[in-house]
Design a protein around this ligand. Structure first.
Ligand code: MTE
Ligand code: MO
Length: 324
């Protein structure tokens, strides 16, 4: 058993280092696996001012704006530049700054979403049909990565519940599984067996139907940048960021709990539920505190990422240490 202590962000082993270690062990290499410069990538963000205006990208107009003061003081939105250049999207590289560079070529039109499993009608839907059904709303949410950093992001999107209702799952549907595009030609990261591609995430149906759960189509009033998961990605603000599967091409309703990518890759480190929980540490680092990107000091991590009032009742009677 290793000692537990609070580590600084530089010491926190990111998800990518786990993979590098695994590769390292597999290859029997002798060189030390070094962290990928999480600290240095952060330094330019420290103390950064509000987002540059106007942000790059295509504006989305006529959306329903977030209600006034949706977050408590101290939860200022993270600058647009940080949100769009400090990313986890392993299909485009393991380093935080790689998705912003390598995802630019991803073609997000034409784009279809396959719907299958326990549902009234299996069907393939065009993304623009979906966008036409659900006008975007603004939701300013905290996002807490399992690596112990966090951001506050003003998303544009619509409740996943609205889409699910329209798709008519059968009474047997207990879970919904969402899958990222598989295309090694466009996604260089998929040419390596770092993860079991394509990236898959899933929610229990009550979690998926919760009003806080959205499918995002934009951020900062603009069309979602590719590196953030264009054209459609999941956002579940009370769970660790890895649940937020990007660039979704398939939605499948199931009776049994789906196998999800990170839980498969490292079952002792990443659970199916992945609710933000300061009381349950990652085996290799503390989850008690987090570094808000742009802040100089760490802050306490809140149970359910600060959304406990709204979501804790979903887990009544569950042992959240076991179902982590
Ligand atoms: N397909 C796919 N989705 C993904 C990931 C990924 O590597 N591939 N990374 C996840 C992780 S670990 C996090 S923290 C968030 C990061 O979202 P952001 O880059 O928009 O901040 O995306 C999640 N969704
Ligand atoms: Mo993450």
């Amino acid at each position: 058993m290793t000692r537990r202590r609070t580590k600084s962000e530089d010491e926190v082993t990111p998800e990518s280092l786990y993979l590098r270690r695994r590769e390292f062990i597999k290859n029997g290499a002798l060189a030390a696996a070094t962290a990928v410069g999480v600290g240095s990538a952060l330094s330019w963000l420290v103390g950064q001012a509000p987002p540059p205006d106007p942000p790059a990208g295509v504006a989305i107009t006529g959306y329903v704006p977030a209600s006034a003061s949706p977050l408590p003081p101290g939860d200022a939105t993270t600058p647009y530049e940080a949100v769009t250049t400090y990313n986890n999207y392993y299909e485009f590289g393991l380093d935080k700054n790689e998705p912003a560079r390598y995802a630019q070529g991803l073609r997000t039109r034409p784009w279809t979403i396959r719907v299958e499993g326990e549902v009234a009608r299996a069907q393939t839907i065009d993304i623009d049909t979906v966008l036409g059904w659900f006008p975007p709303q603004e939701r300013v949410y905290r996002m807490r990565c399992v690596e112990a950093w966090s951001m506050v992001i003003p998303w544009l999107g619509f409740p996943l519940a609205d889409l699910i209702t329209r798709l008519e799952p059968t009474s047997k549907a207990k879970y919904v599984e969402l899958t990222t595009l598989a295309d090694p030609q466009q996604m260089p990261g998929q040419r390596a067996k770092t993860l079991d591609w394509p990236y898959v995430e899933a929610l229990r149906m009550d979690e998926a139907m919760h009003p806080l759960t959205i499918l995002a189509v934009g951020l900062y009033g603009r069309v979602l940048p590719n590196q953030n998961g264009a054209p459609l990605r999941l956002v579940v603000p009370w769970k660790y960021g890895f649940k937020g599967v990007k660039s979704i091409v398939k939605i499948r309703f199931t009776e049994t709990q789906p196998q999800t990518t990170w839980a498969l890759a490292a079952p002792t480190e990443y659970g199916f539920y992945a609710n933000v929980n300061p009381a349950v540490d990652h085996p290799r680092w503390s989850q008690a505190t987090e570094r808000r990107i742009g802040d100089l000091t760490r802050r306490r991590t809140l149970p359910f990422n600060g959304y406990a009032d709204q979501v804790a009742s979903l887990y009544t009677g569950m042992d959240l240490r076991r179902s982590f």
